[in-house]
Design a protein around this ligand. Structure first.
Ligand code: UDP
Length: 457
Protein backbone atom coordinates (compact mmCIF):
# COMPACT_ATOMS: atom_id res chain seq x y z
CA UNK A 1 0.00 0.00 0.00
CA UNK A 2 1.30 3.45 -0.88
CA UNK A 3 1.15 5.62 2.19
CA UNK A 4 0.28 9.26 2.06
CA UNK A 5 3.63 10.78 2.99
CA UNK A 6 2.00 13.75 4.68
CA UNK A 7 -0.06 11.67 7.07
CA UNK A 8 2.90 9.32 7.53
CA UNK A 9 4.98 12.29 8.64
CA UNK A 10 2.31 13.07 11.17
CA UNK A 11 2.06 9.51 12.41
CA UNK A 12 5.84 9.38 12.92
CA UNK A 13 5.59 12.48 15.02
CA UNK A 14 2.36 11.78 16.82
CA UNK A 15 4.07 12.03 20.18
CA UNK A 16 5.22 15.56 19.42
CA UNK A 17 3.36 18.39 21.13
CA UNK A 18 0.41 19.65 19.13
CA UNK A 19 0.84 22.85 17.25
CA UNK A 20 4.60 22.58 16.96
CA UNK A 21 5.22 20.75 13.71
CA UNK A 22 4.12 20.86 10.14
CA UNK A 23 2.76 17.95 8.20
CA UNK A 24 5.75 18.06 5.91
CA UNK A 25 7.62 15.84 3.57
CA UNK A 26 11.26 16.35 2.93
CA UNK A 27 12.74 17.32 -0.40
CA UNK A 28 9.81 16.77 -2.73
CA UNK A 29 6.47 18.55 -2.92
CA UNK A 30 3.56 16.60 -1.45
CA UNK A 31 -0.10 17.34 -1.71
CA UNK A 32 -2.14 17.61 1.45
CA UNK A 33 -4.59 14.87 2.27
CA UNK A 34 -7.23 17.04 3.93
CA UNK A 35 -7.69 20.81 3.88
CA UNK A 36 -9.68 22.93 6.34
CA UNK A 37 -11.22 25.60 4.14
CA UNK A 38 -12.62 28.63 5.94
CA UNK A 39 -15.53 30.72 4.71
CA UNK A 40 -16.76 32.65 7.74
CA UNK A 41 -19.12 35.22 6.27
CA UNK A 42 -20.87 33.31 3.50
CA UNK A 43 -21.68 29.69 2.88
CA UNK A 44 -20.89 27.65 -0.22
CA UNK A 45 -24.50 26.44 0.12
CA UNK A 46 -25.94 29.96 -0.44
CA UNK A 47 -27.38 31.11 -3.76
CA UNK A 48 -24.84 33.53 -5.30
CA UNK A 49 -25.91 36.79 -6.88
CA UNK A 50 -27.30 38.65 -3.88
CA UNK A 51 -26.37 39.65 -0.32
CA UNK A 52 -22.95 38.34 0.68
CA UNK A 53 -23.02 35.46 -1.78
CA UNK A 54 -21.18 35.91 -5.05
CA UNK A 55 -18.06 34.82 -6.82
CA UNK A 56 -16.32 33.64 -3.65
CA UNK A 57 -19.07 31.11 -2.98
CA UNK A 58 -18.81 29.77 -6.53
CA UNK A 59 -15.01 29.77 -6.25
CA UNK A 60 -15.07 27.68 -3.05
CA UNK A 61 -17.62 25.19 -4.38
CA UNK A 62 -15.83 24.65 -7.68
CA UNK A 63 -12.34 24.60 -6.19
CA UNK A 64 -13.33 22.19 -3.41
CA UNK A 65 -14.99 19.76 -5.83
CA UNK A 66 -11.99 19.74 -8.15
CA UNK A 67 -9.53 19.37 -5.25
CA UNK A 68 -11.56 16.39 -4.03
CA UNK A 69 -11.22 14.92 -7.53
CA UNK A 70 -7.45 15.20 -7.00
CA UNK A 71 -7.81 13.18 -3.77
CA UNK A 72 -7.54 16.23 -1.54
CA UNK A 73 -10.47 16.13 0.88
CA UNK A 74 -11.95 19.51 1.74
CA UNK A 75 -13.92 20.50 4.82
CA UNK A 76 -15.44 23.96 4.52
CA UNK A 77 -16.21 25.74 7.80
CA UNK A 78 -18.93 28.35 7.64
CA UNK A 79 -21.35 30.05 10.06
CA UNK A 80 -24.73 28.68 11.03
CA UNK A 81 -27.22 31.18 9.60
CA UNK A 82 -30.38 29.20 10.34
CA UNK A 83 -31.50 26.72 12.98
CA UNK A 84 -32.71 24.46 10.14
CA UNK A 85 -29.16 23.69 9.02
CA UNK A 86 -27.59 20.37 9.97
CA UNK A 87 -24.11 20.38 11.56
CA UNK A 88 -22.58 18.97 8.37
CA UNK A 89 -23.62 18.75 4.73
CA UNK A 90 -21.84 16.67 2.08
CA UNK A 91 -21.56 19.08 -0.82
CA UNK A 92 -19.95 16.50 -3.10
CA UNK A 93 -17.91 13.35 -2.55
CA UNK A 94 -14.86 14.49 -0.58
CA UNK A 95 -16.31 17.92 0.22
CA UNK A 96 -17.97 18.46 3.60
CA UNK A 97 -19.52 21.73 4.77
CA UNK A 98 -19.33 22.16 8.56
CA UNK A 99 -21.56 24.68 10.28
CA UNK A 100 -20.07 26.53 13.21
CA UNK A 101 -22.03 28.46 15.83
CA UNK A 102 -20.77 32.03 16.02
CA UNK A 103 -23.37 34.44 17.27
CA UNK A 104 -27.11 34.32 16.62
CA UNK A 105 -28.11 32.47 13.47
CA UNK A 106 -30.11 35.33 12.04
CA UNK A 107 -29.79 39.08 12.15
CA UNK A 108 -26.03 39.54 11.83
CA UNK A 109 -24.58 41.34 8.85
CA UNK A 110 -21.02 40.95 7.60
CA UNK A 111 -19.98 44.10 9.45
CA UNK A 112 -20.98 42.42 12.76
CA UNK A 113 -18.77 39.40 12.18
CA UNK A 114 -15.40 40.68 13.42
CA UNK A 115 -16.96 40.41 16.92
CA UNK A 116 -17.77 36.72 16.26
CA UNK A 117 -14.33 35.60 15.10
CA UNK A 118 -13.36 34.31 18.51
CA UNK A 119 -16.53 32.16 18.67
CA UNK A 120 -15.95 30.92 15.12
CA UNK A 121 -12.32 30.05 15.86
CA UNK A 122 -13.46 28.19 18.95
CA UNK A 123 -15.83 26.09 16.83
CA UNK A 124 -13.11 25.29 14.30
CA UNK A 125 -10.57 24.32 16.96
CA UNK A 126 -13.12 22.23 18.82
CA UNK A 127 -13.96 20.29 15.66
CA UNK A 128 -10.33 19.51 15.02
CA UNK A 129 -9.80 18.53 18.65
CA UNK A 130 -12.38 15.76 18.14
CA UNK A 131 -10.02 14.08 15.66
CA UNK A 132 -6.57 12.58 15.86
CA UNK A 133 -3.80 15.19 15.65
CA UNK A 134 -2.95 15.96 12.06
CA UNK A 135 -6.54 15.71 10.80
CA UNK A 136 -5.98 18.77 8.62
CA UNK A 137 -2.75 19.17 6.71
CA UNK A 138 -3.37 22.75 5.70
CA UNK A 139 -5.72 25.70 6.21
CA UNK A 140 -7.02 27.65 3.22
CA UNK A 141 -8.91 30.78 4.28
CA UNK A 142 -11.04 32.98 2.04
CA UNK A 143 -11.54 36.70 2.67
CA UNK A 144 -9.90 38.50 5.56
CA UNK A 145 -12.44 37.44 8.22
CA UNK A 146 -11.59 33.80 7.56
CA UNK A 147 -7.92 34.72 7.38
CA UNK A 148 -8.09 35.87 11.00
CA UNK A 149 -9.45 32.47 12.03
CA UNK A 150 -7.00 30.64 9.78
CA UNK A 151 -4.10 32.52 11.31
CA UNK A 152 -4.85 31.02 14.72
CA UNK A 153 -5.94 27.56 13.56
CA UNK A 154 -2.87 27.06 11.36
CA UNK A 155 -0.62 28.21 14.17
CA UNK A 156 -2.33 25.94 16.68
CA UNK A 157 -2.16 22.89 14.42
CA UNK A 158 1.31 23.67 13.09
CA UNK A 159 0.15 23.54 9.48
CA UNK A 160 0.55 26.04 6.66
CA UNK A 161 -1.91 28.85 6.06
CA UNK A 162 -2.86 29.58 2.46
CA UNK A 163 -5.06 32.62 2.04
CA UNK A 164 -7.10 34.08 -0.80
CA UNK A 165 -8.26 37.67 -0.29
CA UNK A 166 -11.00 37.82 -2.97
CA UNK A 167 -11.27 41.55 -2.33
CA UNK A 168 -9.06 44.03 -0.50
CA UNK A 169 -10.16 47.10 1.42
CA UNK A 170 -7.34 49.30 0.12
CA UNK A 171 -8.04 48.34 -3.48
CA UNK A 172 -11.78 48.88 -3.09
CA UNK A 173 -11.30 52.23 -1.38
CA UNK A 174 -8.98 53.43 -4.12
CA UNK A 175 -11.71 52.88 -6.74
CA UNK A 176 -14.83 53.76 -4.80
CA UNK A 177 -18.01 54.81 -6.57
CA UNK A 178 -19.04 58.36 -5.65
CA UNK A 179 -22.01 57.25 -3.53
CA UNK A 180 -20.22 54.30 -1.89
CA UNK A 181 -18.94 54.01 1.70
CA UNK A 182 -15.24 53.25 2.25
CA UNK A 183 -14.15 50.02 3.90
CA UNK A 184 -13.17 50.61 7.54
CA UNK A 185 -9.62 50.90 8.89
CA UNK A 186 -10.21 47.79 11.04
CA UNK A 187 -10.49 45.71 7.86
CA UNK A 188 -7.22 47.12 6.53
CA UNK A 189 -5.51 46.23 9.81
CA UNK A 190 -7.05 42.74 9.75
CA UNK A 191 -5.96 42.17 6.15
CA UNK A 192 -2.43 43.32 6.93
CA UNK A 193 -2.24 40.82 9.79
CA UNK A 194 -3.44 38.00 7.55
CA UNK A 195 -0.83 38.84 4.90
CA UNK A 196 1.80 38.77 7.61
CA UNK A 197 0.58 35.39 8.90
CA UNK A 198 0.01 33.55 5.61
CA UNK A 199 2.52 31.14 4.11
CA UNK A 200 1.05 31.71 0.66
CA UNK A 201 -1.33 34.25 -0.76
CA UNK A 202 -3.23 33.14 -3.83
CA UNK A 203 -4.03 36.03 -6.15
CA UNK A 204 -6.42 35.79 -9.09
CA UNK A 205 -4.14 37.73 -11.39
CA UNK A 206 -0.62 39.11 -11.53
CA UNK A 207 -2.17 42.56 -10.95
CA UNK A 208 -3.77 41.38 -7.74
CA UNK A 209 -0.44 39.91 -6.63
CA UNK A 210 1.08 43.33 -7.29
CA UNK A 211 -1.62 44.97 -5.18
CA UNK A 212 -0.93 42.55 -2.32
CA UNK A 213 2.72 43.52 -2.46
CA UNK A 214 2.13 47.25 -2.94
CA UNK A 215 -0.69 47.82 -0.44
CA UNK A 216 0.02 45.13 2.14
CA UNK A 217 3.73 44.42 1.89
CA UNK A 218 3.35 40.79 0.74
CA UNK A 219 6.73 39.23 -0.06
CA UNK A 220 7.39 37.65 -3.47
CA UNK A 221 7.87 34.21 -1.89
CA UNK A 222 4.37 34.40 -0.42
CA UNK A 223 2.64 35.20 -3.69
CA UNK A 224 1.13 32.73 -6.14
CA UNK A 225 -1.13 33.56 -9.08
CA UNK A 226 -3.94 31.14 -9.91
CA UNK A 227 -6.60 32.24 -12.38
CA UNK A 228 -10.06 31.14 -11.30
CA UNK A 229 -12.03 28.99 -13.68
CA UNK A 230 -15.44 28.56 -15.19
CA UNK A 231 -17.64 25.47 -15.05
CA UNK A 232 -17.53 24.49 -18.72
CA UNK A 233 -20.14 21.77 -18.24
CA UNK A 234 -22.71 24.35 -17.16
CA UNK A 235 -21.54 27.30 -19.20
CA UNK A 236 -21.21 26.45 -22.89
CA UNK A 237 -22.57 27.93 -26.11
CA UNK A 238 -25.38 25.38 -26.49
CA UNK A 239 -26.37 23.88 -29.80
CA UNK A 240 -27.60 25.58 -32.98
CA UNK A 241 -30.27 28.19 -32.27
CA UNK A 242 -29.24 28.38 -28.60
CA UNK A 243 -29.93 32.12 -28.40
CA UNK A 244 -33.37 31.82 -29.97
CA UNK A 245 -34.30 28.93 -27.67
CA UNK A 246 -33.01 30.73 -24.56
CA UNK A 247 -34.95 33.86 -25.46
CA UNK A 248 -38.15 31.90 -26.02
CA UNK A 249 -37.69 30.20 -22.63
CA UNK A 250 -37.13 33.55 -20.91
CA UNK A 251 -39.92 35.35 -22.72
CA UNK A 252 -37.52 37.71 -24.50
CA UNK A 253 -38.21 38.87 -28.09
CA UNK A 254 -36.23 36.85 -30.65
CA UNK A 255 -35.00 39.94 -32.55
CA UNK A 256 -34.08 42.10 -29.52
CA UNK A 257 -30.65 43.45 -28.64
CA UNK A 258 -30.34 42.19 -25.08
CA UNK A 259 -27.77 43.84 -22.82
CA UNK A 260 -27.37 41.84 -19.63
CA UNK A 261 -26.06 42.76 -16.19
CA UNK A 262 -25.66 39.73 -13.90
CA UNK A 263 -24.51 39.82 -10.31
CA UNK A 264 -24.87 41.60 -7.03
CA UNK A 265 -26.54 44.98 -7.24
CA UNK A 266 -24.30 47.39 -5.36
CA UNK A 267 -22.45 50.64 -6.10
CA UNK A 268 -19.18 48.75 -6.66
CA UNK A 269 -20.68 46.95 -9.67
CA UNK A 270 -22.17 50.18 -11.10
CA UNK A 271 -25.19 48.62 -12.84
CA UNK A 272 -26.63 52.14 -13.18
CA UNK A 273 -24.01 52.82 -15.88
CA UNK A 274 -25.77 50.30 -18.12
CA UNK A 275 -29.06 52.15 -17.73
CA UNK A 276 -27.47 55.58 -18.18
CA UNK A 277 -25.55 54.40 -21.25
CA UNK A 278 -28.77 52.98 -22.73
CA UNK A 279 -30.36 56.40 -22.16
CA UNK A 280 -27.56 58.07 -24.14
CA UNK A 281 -27.78 55.42 -26.87
CA UNK A 282 -31.49 56.07 -27.28
CA UNK A 283 -30.90 59.80 -27.59
CA UNK A 284 -28.44 59.05 -30.39
CA UNK A 285 -30.56 56.37 -32.07
CA UNK A 286 -34.21 56.63 -31.02
CA UNK A 287 -35.15 53.78 -33.39
CA UNK A 288 -33.41 51.35 -31.00
CA UNK A 289 -36.26 51.76 -28.51
CA UNK A 290 -38.11 49.07 -30.50
CA UNK A 291 -35.36 46.49 -30.05
CA UNK A 292 -33.33 47.25 -26.95
CA UNK A 293 -33.86 45.13 -23.82
CA UNK A 294 -31.86 45.68 -20.64
CA UNK A 295 -31.83 42.65 -18.35
CA UNK A 296 -30.63 42.86 -14.73
CA UNK A 297 -30.29 39.49 -12.98
CA UNK A 298 -29.29 39.57 -9.32
CA UNK A 299 -30.27 41.09 -6.00
CA UNK A 300 -29.12 43.90 -3.74
CA UNK A 301 -25.93 43.45 -1.78
CA UNK A 302 -23.53 45.37 0.47
CA UNK A 303 -24.07 49.10 0.35
CA UNK A 304 -26.73 48.47 -2.32
CA UNK A 305 -29.01 47.08 0.42
CA UNK A 306 -29.61 50.59 1.71
CA UNK A 307 -31.49 51.51 -1.50
CA UNK A 308 -32.72 48.23 -2.98
CA UNK A 309 -35.08 49.94 -5.44
CA UNK A 310 -32.63 52.55 -6.71
CA UNK A 311 -32.13 50.90 -10.12
CA UNK A 312 -35.87 50.59 -10.70
CA UNK A 313 -36.23 54.28 -9.84
CA UNK A 314 -33.43 55.24 -12.18
CA UNK A 315 -34.97 53.20 -15.00
CA UNK A 316 -38.24 55.07 -14.51
CA UNK A 317 -36.48 58.47 -14.38
CA UNK A 318 -34.63 57.70 -17.62
CA UNK A 319 -37.88 56.62 -19.28
CA UNK A 320 -36.55 53.07 -19.69
CA UNK A 321 -39.11 51.36 -17.45
CA UNK A 322 -40.66 49.32 -20.26
CA UNK A 323 -37.26 48.17 -21.56
CA UNK A 324 -35.68 46.85 -18.35
CA UNK A 325 -36.28 43.32 -17.05
CA UNK A 326 -35.34 42.91 -13.41
CA UNK A 327 -34.97 39.31 -12.35
CA UNK A 328 -34.01 37.93 -8.90
CA UNK A 329 -30.85 35.79 -8.67
CA UNK A 330 -31.06 32.44 -10.39
CA UNK A 331 -29.17 29.16 -10.14
CA UNK A 332 -26.22 28.79 -12.48
CA UNK A 333 -28.02 26.53 -14.98
CA UNK A 334 -30.63 29.28 -15.40
CA UNK A 335 -27.96 31.93 -15.51
CA UNK A 336 -26.38 30.09 -18.46
CA UNK A 337 -29.71 30.56 -20.26
CA UNK A 338 -29.59 34.31 -19.60
CA UNK A 339 -26.03 34.48 -20.95
CA UNK A 340 -27.03 32.59 -24.12
CA UNK A 341 -30.02 34.86 -24.58
CA UNK A 342 -27.90 38.02 -24.25
CA UNK A 343 -26.32 39.98 -27.06
CA UNK A 344 -23.60 41.10 -24.64
CA UNK A 345 -22.86 41.00 -20.93
CA UNK A 346 -22.16 44.44 -19.48
CA UNK A 347 -19.86 44.86 -16.45
CA UNK A 348 -19.26 48.51 -15.55
CA UNK A 349 -17.66 47.60 -12.15
CA UNK A 350 -15.42 50.04 -10.28
CA UNK A 351 -13.37 47.18 -8.89
CA UNK A 352 -13.38 43.45 -9.59
CA UNK A 353 -10.80 41.00 -8.29
CA UNK A 354 -11.62 38.78 -11.26
CA UNK A 355 -15.24 38.86 -12.36
CA UNK A 356 -16.43 35.28 -12.81
CA UNK A 357 -19.53 36.34 -14.71
CA UNK A 358 -17.26 37.63 -17.49
CA UNK A 359 -15.80 34.16 -18.00
CA UNK A 360 -19.17 32.44 -17.68
CA UNK A 361 -20.84 34.63 -20.31
CA UNK A 362 -17.92 34.15 -22.70
CA UNK A 363 -18.05 30.39 -22.18
CA UNK A 364 -21.65 30.69 -23.46
CA UNK A 365 -20.32 32.52 -26.56
CA UNK A 366 -21.55 35.91 -25.35
CA UNK A 367 -19.10 38.80 -25.67
CA UNK A 368 -18.48 41.07 -22.68
CA UNK A 369 -18.29 44.84 -22.44
CA UNK A 370 -16.40 45.47 -19.22
CA UNK A 371 -14.65 48.20 -17.28
CA UNK A 372 -10.88 47.91 -17.62
CA UNK A 373 -10.40 47.25 -13.90
CA UNK A 374 -9.01 44.46 -11.71
CA UNK A 375 -9.06 41.03 -13.30
CA UNK A 376 -11.34 42.02 -16.17
CA UNK A 377 -8.50 42.72 -18.63
CA UNK A 378 -7.42 39.10 -18.06
CA UNK A 379 -10.94 37.72 -18.35
CA UNK A 380 -11.81 39.78 -21.46
CA UNK A 381 -9.63 40.29 -24.54
CA UNK A 382 -10.24 43.80 -25.76
CA UNK A 383 -11.45 43.79 -29.37
CA UNK A 384 -11.32 39.99 -29.57
CA UNK A 385 -13.84 38.67 -27.06
CA UNK A 386 -15.44 41.93 -26.03
CA UNK A 387 -14.59 45.54 -25.24
CA UNK A 388 -12.76 47.07 -22.29
CA UNK A 389 -13.95 50.55 -21.37
CA UNK A 390 -11.93 53.12 -19.43
CA UNK A 391 -13.88 55.06 -16.79
CA UNK A 392 -17.62 55.18 -16.19
CA UNK A 393 -18.87 58.00 -18.38
CA UNK A 394 -22.26 56.85 -19.77
CA UNK A 395 -21.44 58.47 -23.13
CA UNK A 396 -18.29 56.32 -23.46
CA UNK A 397 -20.29 53.23 -22.50
CA UNK A 398 -22.96 54.10 -25.07
CA UNK A 399 -20.22 54.33 -27.71
CA UNK A 400 -18.79 50.98 -26.64
CA UNK A 401 -22.20 49.28 -26.62
CA UNK A 402 -23.53 50.67 -29.90
CA UNK A 403 -21.73 48.21 -32.23
CA UNK A 404 -23.09 45.27 -30.23
CA UNK A 405 -26.62 46.52 -30.71
CA UNK A 406 -26.39 47.20 -34.44
CA UNK A 407 -23.79 44.76 -35.80
CA UNK A 408 -24.88 41.12 -35.34
CA UNK A 409 -21.94 39.83 -37.41
CA UNK A 410 -19.51 41.47 -34.96
CA UNK A 411 -21.35 39.93 -32.00
CA UNK A 412 -21.15 36.49 -33.63
CA UNK A 413 -17.42 36.82 -34.33
CA UNK A 414 -16.54 38.09 -30.85
CA UNK A 415 -18.85 35.50 -29.27
CA UNK A 416 -17.15 32.60 -31.03
CA UNK A 417 -13.74 33.88 -29.95
CA UNK A 418 -15.06 34.46 -26.41
CA UNK A 419 -16.10 30.81 -26.14
CA UNK A 420 -12.62 29.69 -27.28
CA UNK A 421 -10.95 32.05 -24.79
CA UNK A 422 -13.12 30.96 -21.84
CA UNK A 423 -12.51 27.29 -22.61
CA UNK A 424 -8.93 27.87 -21.44
CA UNK A 425 -10.15 28.61 -17.89
CA UNK A 426 -11.44 25.29 -16.54
CA UNK A 427 -11.68 24.82 -12.77
CA UNK A 428 -9.64 21.62 -13.00
CA UNK A 429 -6.62 23.65 -14.06
CA UNK A 430 -7.28 26.12 -11.22
CA UNK A 431 -7.52 23.27 -8.70
CA UNK A 432 -4.34 21.62 -9.99
CA UNK A 433 -2.48 24.94 -9.68
CA UNK A 434 -3.90 25.42 -6.17
CA UNK A 435 -2.80 21.91 -5.21
CA UNK A 436 0.70 22.84 -6.40
CA UNK A 437 0.61 25.93 -4.18
CA UNK A 438 -0.43 23.73 -1.26
CA UNK A 439 2.39 21.30 -2.06
CA UNK A 440 4.86 24.17 -2.07
CA UNK A 441 4.00 24.94 1.54
CA UNK A 442 4.49 21.35 2.65
CA UNK A 443 7.94 20.87 1.21
CA UNK A 444 11.23 21.72 2.80
CA UNK A 445 14.79 21.28 1.76
CA UNK A 446 15.92 17.69 2.46
CA UNK A 447 17.59 17.24 5.84
CA UNK A 448 16.03 20.25 7.50
CA UNK A 449 13.93 19.75 10.57
CA UNK A 450 11.24 22.16 11.65
CA UNK A 451 8.33 23.92 10.13
CA UNK A 452 8.32 24.77 6.45
CA UNK A 453 6.73 28.11 7.02
CA UNK A 454 7.76 31.19 8.84
CA UNK A 455 6.43 30.96 12.36
CA UNK A 456 4.96 33.76 14.35
CA UNK A 457 5.97 34.17 17.94
N1 UDP B 1 -24.52 34.30 -9.91
C1 UDP B 1 -25.53 33.36 -9.81
N2 UDP B 1 -26.81 33.77 -10.00
C2 UDP B 1 -27.14 35.05 -10.29
C3 UDP B 1 -26.10 36.01 -10.42
C4 UDP B 1 -24.80 35.60 -10.23
O1 UDP B 1 -25.28 32.18 -9.56
O2 UDP B 1 -28.33 35.35 -10.44
C5 UDP B 1 -23.12 33.87 -9.73
C6 UDP B 1 -22.37 33.90 -11.04
O3 UDP B 1 -22.56 32.69 -11.75
C7 UDP B 1 -20.93 34.13 -10.60
C8 UDP B 1 -21.06 34.78 -9.23
O4 UDP B 1 -22.44 34.75 -8.87
O5 UDP B 1 -20.24 32.90 -10.50
C9 UDP B 1 -20.60 36.22 -9.24
O6 UDP B 1 -19.21 36.24 -9.29
P1 UDP B 1 -18.37 37.49 -9.75
O7 UDP B 1 -16.94 37.13 -9.62
O8 UDP B 1 -18.80 37.94 -11.09
O9 UDP B 1 -18.77 38.65 -8.74
P2 UDP B 1 -18.64 38.77 -7.15
O10 UDP B 1 -19.97 38.38 -6.61
O11 UDP B 1 -17.55 37.89 -6.70
O12 UDP B 1 -18.37 40.20 -6.90
Amino acid sequence: MIQNPVSAAWRDRSSAPRGRLHAFASGRPRRPRRVAMLSVHTSPLHQPGTGDAGGMNVYIVELAKRLAALDIEVEVFTRYTSSDLPPTVELAPGVLVRHVTAGPYEGLVKEDLPAQLCAFTHGVLRTEAGHRPGHYDLVHSHYWLSGQVGWLAAQRWGVPLVHTMHTMAKVKNAALARCDTPEPAARVIGETQVVEAADRLIANTADEAGELAFHYGARPDQLAVVHPGVNLELFHPGGPGAQRIARAELGLPADAAVLLFAGRIQPLKAPEVLLQAAGVLLERRPELRERLVLAVVGGPSGNGLAKPQSLQKLAAELGLGDMVRFHPPVGQADLARWYRAATALVMPSHSESFGLVALEAQACATPVVAAAVGGLPVAVRDGETGTLVQGHDPADWATALEPYVVRPELVARLGAEAARHAAGFGWSAAAAATADVYAGTLVRPAGRVGPARRRLH
